[in-house]
Design a protein around this ligand. Structure first.
Ligand code: PBG
Length: 309
C-alpha cells in the first residue's frame, strides 16, 4: 500500500574536489564530507559505485581565485581532471558538474562584478567556457547554479556548436537565496566577500516566480529542473512537478544535512529514521532525483532494510 518508495537510484552524491595529491580534508561543518584530491576521489567513487549510487555532482576548489574566476574553465583544474578520471574508471557512473564561478572568484560571487553589481551578460560567456571545459573532460550533464538570466540557452548553444549535443543540462532552475547554504560555502570556500546573492537568487517568499523560472529554463533547453533547497520548499517541488513533464530534482542542501548531523551527534534525533523520512518527503513532494550528502548512508540503510524483508 506504500505510495512512494526511496531507491538508491534516486540519488546524486555531491563531491568536493581539490588540487594536489593524497588529500582528504574534512569539512568541519559537514561531518562525513571531505575535500578530495583527484587520486583520493577515485577511492571515494569506488565506494559510491559499490553502494549502487548511480551519479555524482562535482564541485571544485581551485588552486587560485581571481576577479573573473578564470580557473573555472582551466582544463588542468581539479574538476576537469576529476571528470576525466571518473569517466575512465567508472564509465557507467553519471558525472554531473556544477557550473558556477563563485568557487573561482576572489569576491565569491557567481558572476563578474563591477562595483557591487553582478554583470549578467558578461558572465554568460565565462559560464559557457566552463561548461565546455567540463564537456570536453567527459561530463554527462552540466548543472549551472549561478542563476544568471539566459544561461541555459547560452550553454545549450555553446555545447551544440562545439559538438556536445549529447551533454545534458541539469538546471538549478529554482534556487532560492537561502541561509541553508552556509556549510557548503565553508566546504567550497565560496562565501561572498561583500553583500549577498539576493540580486540573482530567488526570494523565498515567491512560488509563481519559481514556476516562471522553470518554464523559462525548459524553454531554453534544460533536461532536468532542480528546486533548491529541498526541505523548506517541498511545496515548490510539488508545484514544479505539476507544471512540467521534465524530471524534477531536489537539492537537499548542506545546511539541511548539517542540522541533522549536529542533532544526531548530540543524541537528540535518530539520524537514520530522520534522514529516510526527509528523503521520502522529497520524493512524495514530486522529486524524481535527490541530490543529497546523505546518499551513502541512505544507500546503506535502504540495503539493510531490503535485506530484512
Ligand atoms: C554555487 C552553489 C552553491 C550551492 C551549490 N552550488 C552555493 C551558493 O549558491 O551559495 C549550495 C549547495 C549546498 O548548500 O549544499 N553557486
Amino acid at each position: 500500500m506504500q505510495e512512494f518508495r526511496l531507491d538508491v537510484a534516486d540519488f546524486i552524491y555531491p563531491l568536493f574536489v581539490t588540487n594536489g595529491t593524497g588529500l582528504k580534508k574534512a569539512v568541519p561543518s559537514m561531518p562525513g564530507i571531505y575535500q578530495f584530491s583527484v587520486d583520493n576521489l577515485m577511492k571515494e567513487a569506488e565506494e559510491v559505485d559499490r553502494l549502487g549510487i548511480p551519479a555524482v555532482i562535482l564541485f571544485g576548489i581551485p588552486a587560485a581565485k581571481s576577479a573573473s574566476g578564470s580557473s573555472a574553465y582551466d582544463p588542468e583544474e581539479a574538476v576537469q581532471r576529476a571528470v576525466k578520471s571518473l569517466k575512465d574508471n567508472y564509465p557507467h557512473m553519471v558525472v554531473v558538474t556544477d557550473v558556477c564561478l563563485c568557487e573561482y572568484t576572489d569576491h565569491g560571487h557567481c558572476g563578474i562584478v563591477r562595483g557591487e553589481e553582478i554583470l549578467n551578460d558578461q558572465t554568460l560567456e565565462l559560464l559557457c567556457k566552463t561548461a565546455l571545459s567540463h564537456a570536453a573532460a567527459g561530463a554527462d550533464l552540466v548543472a549551472p547554479s549561478d542563476m544568471m538570466d539566459g544561461r541555459v540557452a547560452a550553454i545549450r548553444d555553446a555545447l551544440d556548436d562545439a559538438g556536445y549535443s549529447r551533454v545534458g543540462i541539469l538546471s538549478y532552475a529554482v534556487k532560492y537565496s537561502s541561509a541553508f547554504y552556509g556549510p557548503f560555502r565553508e566546504a567550497a570556500g565560496s562565501a561572498p566577500q561583500f553583500s549577498d546573492r539576493r540580486s540573482y537568487q530567488m526570494d523565498p517568499a515567491n512560488i509563481r516566480e519559481a514556476l516562471k523560472e522553470v518554464l523559462l529554463d525548459i524553454d531554453e533547453g534544460a533536461d532536468i529542473v532542480m528546486v533548491k533547497p529541498a526541505l523548506s520548499y517541498l511545496d515548490v517541488i510539488r508545484a514544479v512537478k505539476e507544471t512540467t513533464t521534465c524530471p524534477v530534482a531536489a537539492y537537499n542542501v548542506s545546511g539541511e544535512y548539517s542540522m541533522v548531523k549536529a542533532a544526531a551527534a548530540n543524541g537528540w534525533l535518530d539520524e537514520k529514521n530522520v534522514v529516510l523520512e526527509e528523503l521520502l518527503s522529497m520524493k512524495r513532494a514530486g522529486a524524481d532525483i535527490i541530490i543529497t550528502y546523505h546518499a551513502k548512508d541512505a544507500a546503506r540503510w535502504l540495503r539493510e532494510e531490503g535485506g530484512r524483508d
